[in-house]
Design a binder for this molecule. Structure first.
Ligand code: ASP
Length: 354
């Protein structure tokens, strides 16, 4: 009777030892403990600003989330199939430009003169080539124009009528300016004008603070991506800020402020109060802190957004991905529409700070 028991004991012991030898060390099982470089990665934003739960209906929230998911999946599929980060960025941004939810393309905000003037830019991290357009009123998808300027012209940035002539010559889709009209955005302009009048009359800004007006200043879209060939790209598109005047141009089409990509460091797209993002050179500064100071993307983004921009008095945020596929989203506003996807197809969507 003792022999079978002894045999059983030896068998159990052998299995236990075998399993222990085959077990993966704990540090390899959790991506949080040991970062595995993904084959590709993509991050998008739909603008930062005073986005508060209290101002959002469940239907609205669902609509934003659905559109963010639709857009990022377009870029994800391109990257998964081995496509370029530039194509992923351009196509993903097009989806958001065609939606009235965001302040870019179809949903662009109104200028003081009741027009819609759109800005966009794109940058290739491999060649450091870039394209940007500013102040266009008839180009349906400014991100296509930015890409075409990069690929088909000897310039980096074109503006206004000249940019539109180039778009026409290149066969890009042009629309009547009324295509960009939306009632919500028009009402936001009227509210901004009313508030401006009240502020000038009474010099009491806080009493007339309205989060929905502050929201309407933001809503730019952007995308950054790393492809299977290790190439980074970044793009940004916007209608700018409600009630802007005199041909004002923000950070979105400025390479180094709104958009920057460099295969040696990272790809960045900004959203926020453009004047401050231009002065702080946000996107290039993040890359420079990595290149010259050896900081991680996360550290660099934190310093630029929470120290540099915040000290100047500006607000907004960035999305970024580094050459190893680490994805970062940093903002100093109440919220930022955002989403990430890695090569495992894991999707994360966020709106509010927490
Ligand atoms: N940065 C944009 C601008 O100032 C606005 C935004 O991000 O929503 O034009």
């Amino acid at each position: 009777m003792k022999k079978p028991f002894l045999l059983l004991f030896i068998l159990v012991l052998t299995f236990a030892c075998k399993n222990e030898n085959n077990a993966t060390p704990i540090e390899n099982t959790s991506p949080k403990i040991k970062f595995e470089k993904p084959e590709f990665a993509i991050v998008i934003h739909g603008g930062a600003g005073t986005i508060l739960r209290t101002n959002m209906t469940p239907e609205n929230e669902a609509a934003y989330k659905a559109k963010l998911e639709e857009a990022i999946r377009v870029g994800y599929n391109i990257l998964k199939e081995g496509g370029s980060s530039l194509d992923a960025v351009e196509k993903t941004i097009t989806i958001m430009e065609d939606s009235p939810l965001f302040n870019a393309g179809k949903g662009a905000v109104f200028t003081n003169a009741e027009t819609n003037e759109l800005d966009a830019s794109i940058m290739d991290g491999k060649t450091l080539n870039a394209g940007a357009s500013a102040g266009t009123t008839t180009v349906r998808n400014p991100i296509h124009l930015a890409r075409t300027i990069m690929d088909k012209s000897e310039h980096v940035m074109l503006s206004g009528k000249g940019a539109e002539t180039f778009a026409a010559e290149q066969g890009l889709e042009l629309v009547d300016p009324s295509y960009f009209y939306s009632e919500n955005r028009f009402k936001s302009l009227q509210r901004a004008k009313d508030r401006e009048k009240v502020e000038l009359d009474h010099d009491d800004q806080t009493a007339f603070y309205d989060p929905t007006i502050k929201d309407s200043k933001f809503g730019t879209v952007g995308c950054v991506a790393l492809d299977k060939n290790g190439n980074l790209a970044a793009g940004t598109s916007t209608g700018g800020m409600t009630n802007k005047r005199y041909g004002r141009i923000g950070d979105a089409p400025i390479i180094g402020s709104g958009t920057y990509a460099n295969n040696a460091t990272c790809a960045v797209s900004s959203t926020g109060w453009g004047e401050y993002f231009i002065r702080a050179q946000v996107a290039h500064d993040i890359s420079a802190l990595m290149a010259y100071k050896g900081l991680s993307l996360q550290e660099a983004a934190r310093i630029v957004i929470h120290e540099k921009v915040a000290k100047l008095g500006g607000d907004g945020g960035i999305i970024a991905v580094d050459k190893d596929g680490k994805m970062v989203m940093e903002f100093n506003t109440a919220g930022m529409y955002r989403a990430t996807m890695n090569d495992q197809g894991e999707l994360e969507i966020g709106i509010y700070e927490k």
